[in-house]
Write a protein that binds this ligand. Structure first.
Ligand code: FAD
Length: 414
């Protein structure tokens, strides 16, 4: 008889774990306190971006962060409050903002991004998920000449140390790559390898695919704790009663620290709140997904729509939608695009990115309960790392040799 596993959290990470575990012969149930994909996984920007090798902890980030505290309408915002977990997180984050730690994190980020891209390509071939998958690259576009040039050392570093160069495109030549841009921009850096998809469609299609292979999804089924026997978990207590299984995967994104009692490790994850606005495609719609680093706004064209997204706010578990943050998205796209918006707005959304202070996810067994795996803390790249994570979790639970070295993601590192 096949072994059973309960995945706690039905975001993109939990759903990917469910997919690879189902394929490996496990009998899988995913439980979610709310709707599947209702956390950070449906309204995000949809980039599958192996170009994002570097973590946020770059040298100089502390200065940039402090400066933004005094700027009105900065895309980066910290709501200071008496919260020891936030202060400790900020302290450790600040300590890692140096070249050595940044490169160490990047050496852990790159393999899971690369492996995830290949696994997505395989997934689209094998399952033909209806999620508007495209491999059209990612374009970083600048208005200001100085800012455009200032990216050159980062490009060099990415090329030399990670073999991940961008194509430098000067001035109005950006219009050949992307005619929806305005003339008169300084230039852009184009990453050929990146892909994108429509995340809400992915969540729907992937769930249906797992269900068709025998997996089960239970919504409104909140995890409340493990029932333990001799160092293992035998069941979970949930809002729908007790559920037994042979193994468990904790994939609750930004909520994971609240559920981590008894796992035997620290789970320093803070919610990094971001927003998106989804609309129909404008008449002059971009073909290529883009980031405007000067305003920190991202633009994603879908076959069936168009999304502006981003901003980063450390505001705790705040569920409000602040119209001034949405305005930052609109104002941040307007200088670059001929037609930055279209009516009517179909959705305004926020999500909590599960942010660890070292920029790496936790993908490992829980030290204190040997049949519980943790798969959480994917920062700004949970979609981009989801397939690699699901595959790794399935390999570790099966006792197979993992495709990538899991050491950078160990649960005991904090
Ligand atoms: C504006 C924005 C844009 C982004 N753009 C991108 C992008 O382009 N590319 C990219 O790679 N990443 C992007 N991200 C990051 C990405 O969205 C996240 O890293 C990813 O969604 C995290 O997935 P997850 O499955 O770990 O968490 P989630 O999707 O948040 O899922 C966690 C789930 O756990 C459930 N849960 C919580 N508590 C319990 C409980 N007690 N019991 C049961 N279930 C529980 C929640 O309901 C939730 O459904 C973006 C994020 C934001 C906010």
């Amino acid at each position: 008889m096949s072994q059973s596993v309960i995945v706690i959290g039905g975001g993109v990470v939990g759903t990917s774990c469910a997919y690879y575990l189902t394929r490996a012969g496990w009998n899988v149930t995913v439980i979610d306190r709310g709707a599947i994909g209702g956390g950070s996984s449906a309204g995000n920007c949809g980039f599958v971006c192996p170009s994002h090798v570097l973590p946020l902890t770059e040298p100089g980030m502390v200065g940039k962060g402090l400066a933004s505290l005094f700027q009105k309408n900065s895309a980066l915002k910290v709501k200071f409050r008496l919260d020891p977990a936030l202060w400790s997180w900020m302290y450790h984050f600040a300590r890692r903002c140096n070249e050595r730690d940044m490169l160490e994190a990047a050496r852990g980020i790159q393999p899971i991004l690369e492996s995830s891209l290949h696994l997505y390509q395989q997934l689209m071939k094998d399952e033909a998920l209806d999620c508007e998958w495209h491999e059209r690259g990612l374009f970083f576009v600048y208005r200001d000449r100085k800012e455009f040039d200032a990216y050159a050392p980062t490009d060099r570093l990415l090329d030399e140390k990670f073999h991940c160069p961008a194509e430098r495109i000067e001035g109005d030549a950006v219009l050949e790559r992307e005619p929806a841009l305005k003339p008169g921009l300084a230039g852009g850096w184009y990453y050929h390898e990146d892909a994108h998809l429509r995340p809400d469609r992915l969540m729907k299609a992937w769930r249906a695919n797992v269900e068709a292979s025998g997996g089960t999804f239970r919504e409104n089924c909140g995890f409340q704790g493990f029932i333990r026997k001799n160092g293992s978990a035998s069941a979970v207590k949930t809002t729908q009663g007790e559920l037994t299984a042979d193994a468990f995967v904790m994939a609750a994104g930004a909520w994971t620290p609240m559920l981590a009692e008894g796992l035997g490790c620290k789970v320093p994850i803070q919610p990094g709140k971001g927003y998106s606005i989804t609309m129909p495609r404008p008449k002059i719609c971009p073909n290529v997904p883009m980031i405007f680093p000067e305003t920190r706004v991202a633009v994603t064209p879908f076959d069936s729509g168009y999304r502006l997204g981003s901003t980063m706010e450390f505001a705790g578990y705040d569920e409000t939608i602040d119209p001034s943050r949405l305005k930052i998205l609109r104002d941040g796209a307007a200088p670059y695009l001929q037609e930055p918006e279209a009516e009517p707005v179909q959705q305004t959304w926020f999500g909590w990115r599960p942010m660890t202070y070292d920029g790496l996810p936790i993908i490992d067994r829980a030290p204190a309960i040997n049949n519980v795996m943790i798969a959480a803390g994917h920062n700004m790249l949970g979609l981009s790392m989801a397939t690699g994570t699901g595959k790794l979790v399935a390999e570790m639970l099966n006792g197979d040799e993992p495709l990538i070295d899991p050491k950078p993601y160990r649960s005991t590192r904090f």
